[in-house]
Write a protein that binds this ligand. Structure first.
Ligand SMILES: *[C@@H]1O[C@H](CO)[C@@H](O)[C@H](O)[C@H]1NC(C)=O
Ligand SMILES: *[C@@H]1O[C@H](CO)[C@@H](O)[C@H](O)[C@H]1NC(C)=O
Ligand SMILES: *[C@@H]1O[C@H](CO)[C@@H](O)[C@H](O)[C@H]1NC(C)=O
Ligand SMILES: *[C@@H]1O[C@H](CO)[C@@H](O)[C@H](O)[C@H]1NC(C)=O
Ligand SMILES: *[C@@H]1O[C@H](CO)[C@@H](O)[C@H](O)[C@H]1NC(C)=O
Ligand SMILES: *[C@@H]1O[C@H](CO)[C@@H](O)[C@H](O)[C@H]1NC(C)=O
Ligand SMILES: *[C@@H]1O[C@H](CO)[C@@H](O)[C@H](O)[C@H]1NC(C)=O
Ligand SMILES: *[C@@H]1O[C@H](CO)[C@@H](O)[C@H](O)[C@H]1NC(C)=O
Ligand SMILES: *[C@@H]1O[C@H](CO)[C@@H](O)[C@H](O)[C@H]1NC(C)=O
Ligand SMILES: *[C@@H]1O[C@H](CO)[C@@H](O)[C@H](O)[C@H]1NC(C)=O
Ligand SMILES: *[C@@H]1O[C@H](CO)[C@@H](O)[C@H](O)[C@H]1NC(C)=O
Ligand SMILES: *[C@@H]1O[C@H](CO)[C@@H](O)[C@H](O)[C@H]1NC(C)=O
Ligand SMILES: [Cu+2]
Length: 571
């Protein structure tokens, strides 16, 4: 089919209708994603942004647990692009995972790539996004994974479901912001707005019209599928006078946790029930950043949307005018942020059991640090004229110009090394108030960690106070892991493992390692492939806070990576 944009929009609408009315249809498994510029107006001016199917946020992918979905990605834009299906494990199929130069070369303008999205045990909300440069700021959308056909949710069926995608908007072109950022060596230009489903809301210029509105019926319940698609900010989110009951994290069910607000990191999703049980009126929903790092620049503004009860505000009259605003913690309230995330627990029921490895075969520890490199004549924009960088175990990951997956699969040498260390190469007080400046500098390299098929893996991620301590939302491709422990300060090998939760730890694909603290994750390495492990703050991945886990093939044919698709993009 020749992708003329109108027919595509119709095609997509038809798909959405099919998926909502014919959830039991097996036929609905093929999507077309046309990457293309489109003009959008926000904050009093308009600009061209890169989109999928001219939508911002992009189209929602629907699937049932265990489905396989085909997406034809057609690049009609003017940049190289790759798409990642965030949180989809893709058993044995790293070929469709998407991170640029890790599992594929980019899809160049004018080219296309058919990606096969293999769902397995995910159930809940995930999302897809571009995985190169800053393009994911506008190229992203929700993935909704329903239970298997005919099976219920492990909570009362909500009256309606509502994706809530939190994002960030720049007045400039995202690629211009990206290029200035890379050239300057400092922090990226701060965004001009946060958004809810692409809309900044009442507190920004020219944004009152068209803000996101959830029309609620008194007495009903709503499943909010909340996604943090912001590039650089962890966010607090809440709804005035209403509580949110979390029932899922990163497409895995949790014990219900009822709170006034949530904390959500870039990369994470939270499924929350909202009960419309307050006086019929209008109420703000709002999000604003949680920023724990000293001297980290950010935009200290609040995005809003509205929950409006049906029947309220007749003749424009509401009981509360202006609408009530939710309480959200102060921008640097680390205890509020970690208390929320640390309170989440897996559902761990008969139908949704926990299978956290109780013993560990492969254990490694990695620091996650911000670093600096000297610049000629101190001309860079980092502190003291340096160039900012970031690392894991003191290695600043250098993205190769040919993808690691094909290099591994075809045995091409010289693309990556296998020397990612098992431990921090230098042991120091990671979270001490004053650290010698010499420690700030890291080494550059493309080092991966290889892991035997089916080994039980434990990774301890240790934050440091080098340059400035800050939370790092660490995302692993190809897996979800159990978050068995976390704490502030340095990980203590003799004391901290005694407090691990091996009963009902939350299962996630992204977890914020707390500022000047640590987090331990566990998983069974049962998915062979080449999987990126990285900080989901966009500036940090670009600075080099990542590494790659290569999980080797097992012995049996069904324990090996699938053969590559015919149409892999070439470098
Ligand atoms: C934050 O956003 C507002 C509204 O777009 C803008 O006026 C302001 O300049 C931004 N702040 C910074 C520090 O960039
Ligand atoms: C924060 O910035 C100020 C002004 O540039 C500088 O004096 C101070 O040392 C910085 N603090 C940290 C912890 O980097
Ligand atoms: C952000 O704004 C709040 C008020 O909304 C203020 O209390 C806080 O100090 C501001 N933080 C920064 C870093 O400007
Ligand atoms: C948070 O920021 C405020 C300034 O806005 C400061 O007074 C306070 O000490 C900070 N709190 C923490 C925990 O850093
Ligand atoms: C969260 O705060 C509550 C109330 O202060 C406390 O009882 C609870 O232990 C805290 N939970 C975590 C995980 O920090
Ligand atoms: C650094 O400064 C020296 C002396 O001011 C100058 O000669 C040189 O060209 C500068 N180098 C760069 C890379 O700017
Ligand atoms: C800045 O650089 C100078 C000279 O290299 C050094 O003495 C000083 O400690 C540095 N300061 C910071 C905050 O990095
Ligand atoms: C590490 O530094 C922190 C902060 O200064 C301090 O409280 C702690 O005692 C130090 N730990 C060790 C083992 O020296
Ligand atoms: C990291 O490596 C660099 C370069 O070898 C070294 O100068 C620095 O001290 C190391 N830092 C740490 C924390 O290991
Ligand atoms: C993987 O390891 C688990 C736990 O040791 C074991 O039960 C399972 O049979 C193993 N699977 C394979 C394919 O080796
Ligand atoms: C680790 O914890 C043990 C037991 O509480 C304590 O004796 C030891 O000093 C701690 N180690 C460090 C490096 O803080
Ligand atoms: C696009 O990708 C190709 C293939 O890897 C590469 O050669 C080219 O430099 C890329 N273009 C840009 C603008 O990055
Ligand atoms: Cu980070």
């Amino acid at each position: 089919m020749s992708p003329n944009s109108n027919s595509l929009i119709l095609y997509f609408l038809a798909c959405v209708l099919f998926s909502s009315f014919l959830q039991d249809s097996q036929a609905f498994h093929h999507f077309k994603f046309v990457v293309k510029e489109a003009r959008y107006r926000r904050l009093c001016s308009s600009k061209e942004i890169l989109t999928v199917n001219r939508k911002f946020p992009g189209p929602t992918l629907y699937a049932h647990r265990g489905d396989t979905v085909i997406v034809d990605v057609i690049n009609k834009g003017s940049y190289n692009i790759t798409l990642h299906w965030h949180g989809v494990k893709q058993p044995r199929n790293p070929w469709s995972d998407g991170p640029e130069y890790i599992t594929q070369c980019p899809i160049r303008p004018g080219n296309r790539f058919r990606q096969k999205i293999i769902f397995s045990d995910e159930e809940g909300t995930l999302w897809w996004h571009a995985h190169n440069d800053f393009l994911r700021s506008t190229v992203h959308g929700a993935i909704i994974v329903y239970p298997r056909r005919g099976l219920p949710y492990p909570f009362p069926k909500p009256y309606a479901e509502v994706p809530i995608i939190l994002g960030e908007w720049w007045k400039e072109d995202a690629m211009v912001v990206f290029e200035d950022f890379v050239r300057g060596g400092g922090q990226p230009k701060v965004s001009d707005a946060y958004t809810i489903n692409g809309r900044p809301g009442d507190f920004y210029p020219c944004s009152k019209r068209g803000k996101f509105k959830l029309k609620a019926t008194y007495g009903k319940s709503y499943l909010l599928r909340i996604i943090n698609a912001a590039l650089d900010e962890i966010l607090f989110f809440g709804i005035a006078k209403h509580k949110l009951t979390v029932v899922g994290t990163d497409a895995s069910y949790t014990k219900p946790l009822t709170r006034d607000f949530i904390t959500i990191s870039p990369g994470q999703t939270l499924d929350c029930l909202l009960f419309a049980d307050q006086k019929p009126d209008h109420y703000y929903m709002a999000a604003r950043p949680y920023v724990s790092g000293i001297n980290v620049t950010f935009n200290n503004t609040t995005t809003t949307g509205m929950v409006k009860y049906r029947g309220a505000g007749l003749h424009g009259r509401f009981s509360s005018s202006p609408p009530l605003i939710p309480y959200l913690p102060c921008f640097n309230d680390t205890s509020a942020a970690v208390n929320f995330s640390g309170s989440l627990k897996s559902l761990a029921s008969k139908d949704y059991p926990v299978d956290v490895p109780l013993t560990v075969k492969k254990r490694f520890m990695s620091t996650v640090s911000v670093n600096t490199f000297p610049c000629p004549n101190k001309t860079c924009d980092g502190p003291n004229g340096t160039r900012l960088a970031a690392s894991m175990n003191n290695i600043t990951f250098v993205t190769p110009s040919f993808d690691v997956l094909e290099a591994y699969y075809y045995g091409i040498r010289g693309v990556f090394g296998k020397n990612f260390p098992d431990r921090p190469p230098f042991v120091f007080n990671y979270t001490a108030d004053y650290l010698p400046l010499e420690l700030q500098r890291s080494k550059r390299g493309t080092e991966v960690k290889t892991i035997k098929y089916n080994s039980s893996v434990e990774i301890i991620l240790q934050g440091t106070k080098l340059v400035a301590g800050i939370d790092h939302p660490m995302h692993l491709h190809g897996y979800s892991y159990y978050v068995v422990g976390w704490g502030l300060g340095n990980f203590n090998e003799s004391k901290d493992p005694m407090n691990y939760n091996l009963v009902d730890p939350p299962r996630r694909n992204t977890i914020a390692v707390p500022k000047n603290g640590w987090t331990t994750i566990r998983f069974r390495a049962d998915n062979p492939g080449v999987w990126l492990l990285h900080c989901h703050l966009e500036r940090h991945i670009i600075w080099g806070m990542s590494t790659v886990l290569i999980v080797r093939d097992g012995k049996k044919p069904e324990e090996r990576i699938l053969p590559p698709p015919q149409d892999m993009p070439a470098c």
